[in-house]
Design a protein around this ligand. Sequence first.
Ligand SMILES: O=C(CO)[C@H](O)[C@H](O)COP(=O)(O)O
Ligand SMILES: [Fe+2]
Length: 219
Amino acid sequence: MTTPLICPSILASDFAKLGEEVRAITEAGADWVHIDVMDGHFVPNITIGPDVVKALRPHSHLPFDVHLMIAPVDPYLEAFRAAGADIMSVHPESGAHLHRTLRQIRTLGAKAGVVLNPATPIEGLEWIMDDLDLILVMSVNPGFGGQSFIDDQLRKIETIRVKLDRVGHPAILQVDGGVNDKNYHKCIAAGATAMVAGTAVFKGGPSMYASNIKTLKGL
Ligand SMILES: O=C(CO)[C@H](O)[C@H](O)COP(=O)(O)O
Ligand SMILES: [Fe+2]
């Protein structure tokens, strides 16, 4: 079994100390920094904009994995890329032309990800495979941290894993929402290669980050 990438979601960090928190997870062995961008319209919560991403950029050399939960998303891609986003993941529901959006992300020099909500079917993936670096399966409905993992989504991960392997597609298969020390191994067994975790990484404060990350890696 391969060791998954751990992508702590800073949504669960102390927002009064964001720079410190990003440095702390970087030193604790995180692979990517997952940044949840919410607009209070596509999802019922408001979080981080490009200026905050830009301010955080000097605090870590790790890839910034920016999960865009905003609609429309297209007008903001350039700003997030300029602010330091390395991976930008979008929901099909956040714009009329997903294919164009994914191409635009790559044209900007970032890796392109598509995010599937719990109710979003996987059938549409077939037509965007050539334009994808990452597929993110949401194991909660997006909008908030600290929700419970929806077990059904393991079947979605498994199905996508089979499809990727069948054609040798190199996309990263990421899971986001409610990932913890009780279910991480199920995500890995289903074929996920990257796991987002907010609550499970930040619980216990900075002295726990390294051991929390190690646990999720199965080490
Ligand atoms: O995209 C998200 C919510 O929309 C977050 O990345 C996710 O909820 C992570 O937090 P937790 O691990 O606490 O569930
Ligand atoms: Fe997320």
